[in-house]
Ligand binder design. Structure first.
Ligand code: GLP
Length: 263
């Protein structure tokens, strides 16, 4: 696990975009991006859009797969993740909408929607790089505490903490769905590279558990400790509870140039 501590949130976005751009440039066929909703990755998408606009990367042939979708919202709801991905990812990055998919939380057969999504990811060749945020309770995607570490895309019940955190996007708590369809932890672990971003003190506890805690279903993001190419990019506030923060800073400062992706 590589931990990079940036001085501020915009540095996190720039560096995450640089890492994604490196994977895209290295891809030998159409790159496959794993994309996330939430506020954490927004700066990375803006930085990536700037790279596209400057002609530094080409995403016109890229595929993108979202992590999750609410269950219970009407199709086209502005807070559905299909809509959020369209406005924050597909359009700004100039992706082909036909190559962007979200789990189908509107499906009549929700049980079949999970395996269908897994098959679509596989058919595209698997995810080259998965961008992730983290919930305050350590969830990634919508894999709440006690999710199986080897789970696949399936329906989940949202934790009260998550519904309260996401209430800000809705008029009332009652409007926040209780269920979702989310890639499993096993699905996320199949991505060839994983980049997790977090900013602010509200994420400090989750980051401590994810980076330095035991690998446990009580902190689902901790499964990333088992990933061979996981990069955790955080700001100073999110790093506040890390015991080895100085070691991570020192490691990054001494990183050989051939290993760097920020240049
Ligand atoms: C949401 C999403 C996650 C996201 C997390 C944190 O519920 N399902 O993918 O990482 O919660 O959101 P934010 O980045 O807004 O704090």
């Amino acid at each position: 696990m590589e931990i990079i501590i940036c001085s501020d949130a915009s540095g996190v976005g720039e560096l995450a975009a640089a890492k994604l751009a490196r994977v895209v440039r290295d891809a030998t066929s159409a790159p496959v991006l794993g994309v996330a909703t939430g506020s954490s990755p927004l700066r990375a998408y803006l930085a990536l859009a700037r790279l596209v606009a400057a002609g530094k990367i080409d995403l016109s042939q890229a595929y993108a797969f979202a992590l999750d979708e609410y269950v219970g919202l009407p199709a086209g709801h502005p807070e559905s993740y299909a809509e959020v991905i369209r406005t924050t990812v597909t359009e700004p990055l100039g992706l082909d909408p036909a190559r962007v998919r979200c789990p189908d939380g509107f499906a009549t057969d929700l049980e079949a929607a999970g395996p269908a999504y897994e098959a679509a990811i596989k058919a595209a060749g698997g995810v080259d790089v998965q961008l992730l945020g983290v919930g305050a309770n350590g969830h990634i995607g919508f894999n709440e505490p006690t999710s199986s570490l080897s789970s696949r895309t399936r329906i989940k019940t949202l934790a009260t903490r998550t519904r309260l955190d996401n209430q800000r996007f809705f008029a009332h708590l009652d409007e926040v769905p209780n269920h979702c369809l989310t890639q499993g932890l096993g699905t996320i672990m199949d991505a060839r590279h994983v980049v997790l971003v977090a900013q602010g003190e509200s994420k400090a506890r989750a980051i401590r558990g994810l980076v330095e805690g035991p690998v446990t279903a009580m902190c689902p993001g901790s499964v990333l400790q088992l990933h061979p190419h996981a990069t955790i990019i955080i700001d100073e506030q999110a790093a506040r509870q890390l015991t080895l923060a100085d070691y991570y800073r020192d490691t990054y400062a001494k990183k050989p140039s051939w290993q760097r992706f920020d240049q």
